[in-house]
Design a protein around this ligand. Structure first.
Ligand SMILES: [Zn+2]
Length: 231
């Protein structure tokens, strides 16, 4: 059963459409392939790399699942990872690709995570770099709110990350007053550059909801907000 999607960057060469094809398909000296299920080239083209289990996530946890390789699809998008070299085509296609996978799985935007969010121990990975993943999930939530109209390329334009953040900032005053979502709230504020990031607590402080439930609630809230933007 497919339960979600993990987003990565390839950390390969600075030019070319998808120079990582061979390594993600065949693996490296220390890790046999396939290393992902889908690839995303600089033109926005999606490459099918492998069916079945791919070795993309390693030790990992998200949304109540652990060691995500067998339950989460892995997408390796082409980027050098050391500077923001994402193309406009990738900025448009990556959320649409994730949304289409989740639509097929009947799962919500909260089932998408970046490798940097799910890798254990925390901080082991930085990919996908130069993506605000809370805003990314919000875009995915927007697409999933009317999937057949919104997901196809060339259909509706995605709300830009800046649009999403402007709306989210207005809602933050409400979120910031809720005391049942403490850690998740601090993550949202950090992602928006309003507060310093805080490490996940080893266990939820008493009186707060489990961390994943906090995050799910915030993602649902933000997705709802953005879904209303076009109405
Ligand atoms: Zn990765």
């Amino acid at each position: 059963m497919l339960e979600g999607v993990v987003g990565h960057h390839t950390a390969d060469g600075p030019t070319g459409e998808y120079p990582s094809l061979k390594v993600v398909r065949d693996g490296r000296a220390d890790l046999a392939g396939p290393l992902c299920n889908l690839g995303l080239g600089r033109s926005g083209t999606v490459y099918v790399i492998a069916a079945g289990q791919a070795w993309h996530a390693g030790a990992s946890a998200w949304s109540g699942f652990t060691d995500l390789n067998d339950e989460f699809l892995g997408i390796e998008a082409e980027s050098c990872g050391t500077k923001d070299d994402w193309t406009p085509a990738q900025r448009d296609a990556y959320p649409r690709l994730v949304a289409s996978c989740l639509y097929y799985m009947s799962r919500s935007a909260g089932r998408f995570c970046g490798h940097k969010e799910c890798a254990l121990p925390t901080g082991r990975k930085i990919d996908p770099a130069f993506w605000d993943l809370i805003a990314f999930r919000t875009q995915v939530g927007y697409l999933l709110a009317d999937p057949l109209t919104r997901i196809p390329k060339g259909g509706e334009e995605l709300p830009s990350i800046d649009d999403v953040r402007a709306v989210v900032r207005e809602e933050l005053a409400i979120i910031a007053r809720r005391d049942d979502i403490g850690w998740a709230r601090s993550q949202v504020l950090a992602a928006l550059g309003i507060a310093k990031p805080s490490a996940a607590p080893p266990s939820p402080p008493s009186g707060t909801k489990p961390v994943q439930q906090q995050l799910d609630e915030i993602h649902d809230m933000l997705s709802g907000i953005v879904a209303q933007m076009s109405k």
